[in-house]
Ligand binder design. Structure first.
Ligand code: GLN
Length: 249
């Protein structure tokens, strides 16, 4: 069920997140270890977004192909460094299209967003929540998928001035109510902070002295990885990580 990761810290080559670690995102595409709720591989596309040093907004590369079929990316990722990265690989939910625009990260201005999971009862389960969205948002959705509408809901709250943590936690708790059984691991960053949730899927964090990694599965065997329990909200910068129960937000 999709995998994602976020990194904040000193600039590192994208390759050191996507390809080099023993259990890198590229390895998780064909040999994930903790797929909860179905799916065996993540071959329905991938995406990476990152801030080039000094840039205001992130750059994004997405594809509908399995990450291992892109033979140029490992080379480019070896010469592209960033201190803020969000990357994802996709296992499409049955019935949802395998197209480039359905692959995370979704973006808007300085934001990058990813969803790992599924909305139960899609699409009728979200009808009540989507009614509050401007029709322009619905007409310009990246793709007809649950993740794209989740992004529209989070983005709407961000645009109305909510903090990243409040926007993400608000959308997730609303959905837990109207679509019980959904799997809602969200990941949002603006390059300075990351917000993540766990509802129904695995997530680990690796806090470091000057960097933070958040990943669906640990990238290596370092003892610094901490598994995040279910129903948690993670907020992080490069130097601080806080994990609190979702429902206390
Ligand atoms: N349901 C989403 C999609 O199809 C996310 C997929 C996943 O987490 N496996 O894109």
């Amino acid at each position: 069920m999709c995998r994602h990761l976020g990194y904040l810290g000193p600039p590192v080559p994208l390759r050191s997140l996507l390809f080099d670690p023993p259990h890198s995102l590229a390895t998780q595409a064909w040999a994930p270890r903790d797929m909860r709720g179905g799916g065996t591989i993540n071959a329905d596309g991938f995406g990476a977004g990152w801030w080039p040093p000094g840039a205001e907004a992130p750059v994004r590369h997405r594809s509908a192909m399995p990450i291992w079929t892109d033979t140029t990316l490992p080379v480019l990722a070896g010469v592209t460094s960033s201190g803020a990265v969000l990357a994802a690989i996709r296992s499409a939910t049955v019935g949802m299209p395998v197209v480039e625009t359905a692959a995370a990260p979704f973006t808007d201005g300085r934001w990058l967003f990813s969803h790992n999971g599924v909305i139960r009862g899609w699409p009728s389960a979200v009808a009540a929540l989507a009614r509050d969205l401007p029709v322009d948002d619905l007409l310009t959705l990246d793709a007809p998928t649950d993740s794209a509408i989740l992004w529209a809901l989070v983005r709407g709250r961000l645009r109305s001035g909510q903090s990243a943590a409040k926007a993400v936690a608000g959308v997730v708790t609303d959905l837990v109510d109207v679509a019980p059984g959904s799997r809602l691991n969200l990941l949002l960053t603006d390059g300075r902070q990351m917000v993540a949730t766990t509802v129904g899927h695995s997530l680990s964090v690796r806090p470091g002295r000057d960097s933070t990694l958040i990943s669906s599965e640990p990238l290596d065997t370092s003892a610094a990885w901490q598994a995040v329990p279910d129903h948690r909200l993670v907020t992080a910068t490069a130097t601080e990580v806080e994990i609190i129960p979702l429902l206390s937000t």
